[in-house]
Design a protein around this ligand. Structure first.
Ligand code: DX5
Ligand code: ZN
Length: 219
């Protein structure tokens, strides 16, 4: 099965953002992945609403917004207005996760729940049938260009089991250190969506890098 590819704009060239957006529009990528960091939930600050709006104005593919912020429930309507199609909130930042998921749906967006590397799959038991997507962090969130944590593969297999057991239609997305050396194993373990920042944007030919992630070695 071919995965969906969601390039992370965190690694894009912000002095020529329109050029990188166009590259994604014209590539085999499926979604735009936008990383919002608040300097509190994670030790880094990325970009905010004006950039999401600007990307939305030019993007021809859905925006997958990954909120690495405390109290994400305060910004659901704001991100809907900015153009988000899918909103990912961290389990670790959401004590009232069920209510937050409901609010995301009420705003007409798809809802994703994200797990940090140390958070076990078992916490999803009671929410797995309410979300459209689970995002597994395969690095500690906050920075691009980090090394893939190998234990993430087993976590994805466990999540796949839970999804099948509960008859959930949630997609499995993986984020952090994804490249052509681990993409196929991730898909085999059950990943449906691959996020990649550095691997795509540091490549000589970014749209070819996207193709490689999508088709493995069969191109
Ligand atoms: C990390 C972000 C990722 C990041 C991935 O906190 O959530 O989306 O951009 O970057 P790479 O692919 O370089 O690990
Ligand atoms: Zn991300």
């Amino acid at each position: 099965m071919q995965p969906l590819i969601a390039p992370s704009l965190l690694a894009a060239d912000f002095t020529h953002l329109a050029k990188d957006i166009d590259m994604i529009n014209n590539s085999e990528a499926d979604w735009f992945h936008l990383d919002i960091m608040d300097g509190v939930f994670v030790p880094n600050i990325s970009f905010g609403i004006p950039i999401v709006e600007a990307v939305h104005a030019l993007a021809k593919k859905p925006l997958d917004v990954h909120l690495m912020i405390v109290q994400p429930e305060r910004y659901i309507e704001t991100f809907k207005k900015a153009g988000a199609h899918l909103l990912n909130v961290h389990y670790e930042a959401s004590p009232h996760l069920h209510r937050t998921i409901q609010s995301i749906h009420q705003q007409g967006m798809k809802a994703g729940v994200t797990l940090n590397p140390h958070t076990p799959i078992s916490v999803l038991e009671e929410i797995i049938t309410d979300v459209e997507l689970v995002l597994i962090m395969s690095v500690n969130p906050g920075f691009g260009g980090q090394k893939f944590i190998p234990g993430s593969l087993e976590k994805i297999s466990k999540l796949k089991e839970l999804i099948l057991k509960r008859n959930s239609s949630a997609l499995i997305e993986v984020d952090g250190g994804v490249d052509d050396t681990n993409a196929q194993a991730l898909v085999q373990a059950g990943a449906d969506v691959l996020v990649a920042g550095s691997y795509v944007f540091k490549a000589q030919n970014p749209s070819e890098a996207i193709q490689k992630l999508k088709h493995g070695n069969n191109i």
